[in-house]
Design a protein around this ligand. Structure first.
Ligand code: SAM
Ligand code: SF4
Length: 354
């Protein structure tokens, strides 16, 4: 192991931040040895254990619509993908999915979807209020993209307390290569700032290995997150979708995704960091590897089985077996095999841990 790499990991664990050029970029360098990388993962795993014990929080993911007004170049739900069969779940179906997840033990529902042109602030508030009224002891996380400040305030008022909105990249030029003209990084960042100010537990993050991404962009992302202090961080590899302009790009690296999970765990010991479906999709044993790198959340799919294939962000997306609520027993066994326990606690961000 190189002493310099070990020193950087130790410094990150102690100080929780590094400089972009001398710190993060060196931790991500392609010539790091397997021993160096193992040292990084060991440190992150130890920190996650100190905060969460051996618990892995379960969140039920309900994909409420695959309709989207936007045309992000990487995403299979993009407006111009005419090969997709589109759906939007009505409130009674969403409530039914939440009910099934609740019965299975879940106490967090993540309601995610595209920016459905038919959705209004009123329709989302009414749906959130119904779920909140029926399951008052469950946390509602929304992941419904960019809205005006007043809309986020109304969703919060209706009962949603957590919001996931990956910033995708903090570099304006990189952003402009991932999105069509008309979408703006400034607006994305405005949304994240508002969510924090309103008191949401706020999640952000990036795709690892998205087209045109370099170590410089990732280092900028880490600096941005250090300033934002997100309570949740979603990190998964980019995976191409055949009906998008990025169909010919390769998937992001599993190694780099795992290193980033570990770096972020050392930066944010208390943050809720999922081992993502994308990681499970590209990496053999990806879900467990994410946990052994410091992740503490899994999000089994609780959407109606008949629409799951249509929530097609990328090719080969896993939505069954251990990736779904029907496969909970297998998931529990998998986690137990790695020395962890699936927990249905709401797992609110723990501000106490220092
Ligand atoms: N529409 C909302 C938004 O964009 O924030 C929420 C749904 S969107 C599908 C959720 C996340 O999926 C995005 O933030 C993006 O990072 C991820 N995603 C989209 N296309 C992907 C791809 N090809 N590979 C990996 N992740 C992808
Ligand atoms: Fe729509 Fe989100 Fe996909 Fe962009 S990433 S096209 S906003 S669903």
């Amino acid at each position: 192991m190189t002493g310099a790499y070990k020193d950087l990991v130790d410094r990150l664990e102690e100080e929780r931040c590094l400089s972009a050029t001398d710190g993060y970029r060196r931790l991500l360098a392609p010539d790091a040895s397997p021993e160096d990388i193992a040292y990084l993962h060991d440190a992150a795993r130890r920190v996650a254990r100190a905060v969460f014990g051996g618990k892995i929080y379960a969140r039920a993911l309900i994909e409420i619509t695959n309709r989207c007004r936007n045309n992000c170049l990487y995403c299979g739900l993009r407006r111009d993908n005419s090969s997709l069969s589109r759906y939007s779940l009505d409130t009674s179906t969403i409530v039914e999915c939440c009910g099934k997840a609740y019965e299975a033990g879940f106490r967090t529902f993540v309601l995610q979807g595209g920016e459905d042109p038919a959705a209004t602030v009123e329709s989302i508030c009414s749906m959130v209020a119904q779920v909140h009224g029926l399951f008052p002891d469950a946390a509602i996380t929304l992941s419904l993209g960019e809205w005006p400040d007043a809309a986020y305030a109304a969703f919060y008022e209706a009962g949603a307390t957590r919001y996931l909105l990956r910033h995708e990249t903090r570099n304006p030029y990189h952003y402009s290569r991932l999105h069509p003209p008309g979408m703006s990084l400034d607006n994305r960042l405005r949304c994240l700032e508002t969510l924090k100010q309103l008191g949401y537990q706020t999640g952000t993050g990036i795709m690892v290995g998205s087209p045109f991404q370099t170590y410089c962009e990732i280092a900028e992302d880490l600096e941005y997150m250090a300033a934002l202090h997100p309570e949740m961080i979603g990190i998964g590899p980019f995976i191409p979708h055949s009906a998008t302009p990025f169909s010919g790009f390769p998937s992001g690296s599993v190694d780099m995704t795992l290193r980033l999970i570990s770096i972020l765990r050392l930066m944010f010991p208390n943050a809720n960091i999922p081992s993502t479906t994308a990681l499970a999709t590209v990496g053999k044993e990806g879900r467990v590897k994410g946990i052994l790198a410091g992740a503490n959340v899994v999000m089994p799919n609780a959407s109606p089985p008949e629409v799951r294939e249509s929530y097609s962000l990328y090719n080969g997306k896993m939505c069954r077996g251990r990736e779904a609520i029907e496969g909970l027993d297998a998931l529990k066994r998998e986690l137990a095999g790695a020395g962890y326990e699936l927990s249905f606690e709401k797992g609110d961000f723990n501000y106490q841990y220092v």
